[in-house]
Design a binder for this molecule. Structure first.
Ligand code: NAD
Length: 249
């Protein structure tokens, strides 16, 4: 297990789903985890379960994101890890998609990452150390699905943001990487797939959906000192879903 003892970690969208898995695994590795989420009830439950702290945050609120980072730095003296994970994935076809739909998904999935990453990266630069891990998806630069165009656009863009951020901060002791989960069993995915979850699991070579902790383990790796020479990279966690199989001819 990676040793993240005494690391101060911030996880956005940390109340449930993949964020909860990330928060749990970081805590298990010894980090003190700040669960940041719009959902106060669930966020408090998750934080208390893992011995962390809850900070209510709507990631689309720029000044609130700045305040949360400022408060955490004031209270704990530093921020070692940022897992910027918040994202929504409503399924809407391009013809049904409104400008408001587009703006909402861009706002949470993409601008939300910029709003929290900006003050966190500044704090990490000051302290000369940091680990930023952004939640992208296999949807975007690898796969797609009908109804996922505006979601895929945000997840591909996160990778572009991540690569340039990695270059900007490399000389400051800060790494910036991304994770690309496949189908992970969360409330969000169940809402989207419904009864199709079972069919989804069959499409994965490992014959199961991923668990949030599978993703959390990858975040712990990027956050660890063992990954100190890795930056600007994306790791797929999908049970083999994206692997093209040689046709049986
Ligand atoms: P989820 O819906 O289960 O959980 C999302 C969390 O984000 C919730 O706790 C919710 O309260 C919070 N949230 C929503 N809007 C917010 C806002 N404006 N400010 C702060 N918090 C907010 O989703 P999930 O399945 O765990 O997905 C998490 C991330 O992983 C997303 O970025 C998603 O795109 C990505 N992802 C998920 C899957 C999957 O199969 N579940 C696959 C690839 C990528």
């Amino acid at each position: 297990m990676f040793d993240l003892k005494d690391n101060i970690a911030v996880v956005t969208g940390g109340a449930s789903g993949i964020g909860q898995g990330i928060a749990g695994m970081l805590a298990k590795a010894g980090a003190r985890v700040m669960v940041c989420d719009i959902d106060e009830d669930q966020g408090k439950k998750t934080a208390s379960k893992i011995g962390g702290e809850f900070h209510q945050l709507d990631v689309t609120d720029r000044s609130a994101a700045e305040r949360v980072i400022e408060t955490i730095v004031q209270q704990h003296g530093r921020i070692d890890i940022l897992a910027a994970n918040t994202g929504i994935y409503p399924e809407v076809t391009i013809e049904d998609m409104t400008e408001d739909d587009w703006d909402k998904v861009q706002g949470i999935n993409l601008k939300g990452i910029f709003f929290i990453a900006k003050p966190a990266l500044a704090a990490m630069k000051r302290q000369g150390y940091g680990r930023v891990i952004l939640t992208s998806s296999i949807t975007g630069d690898i796969t797609g699905y009908p109804g996922g165009a505006f979601y895929g656009a945000t997840k591909a863009a996160i990778l572009g943001f991540m690569r340039s951020a990695a270059l900007e901060y490399a000389r400051h002791g800060v790494t910036v990487n991304a994770i690309q989960p496949g189908m992970i069993a969360t409330e969000g995915l169940k809402k989207q797939l419904g009864v199709l979850s079972e069919k989804g699991a069959k499409a994965v070579p490992m014959k199961r959906l991923g668990e949030p902790e599978d993703v959390g383990a990858a975040v712990c790796f990027f956050a660890s000192s063992e990954a100190k020479y890795i930056t600007g990279q994306a790791l797929v966690i999908d049970g083999g879903q994206i692997l093209p199989e040689t046709p049986d001819v």
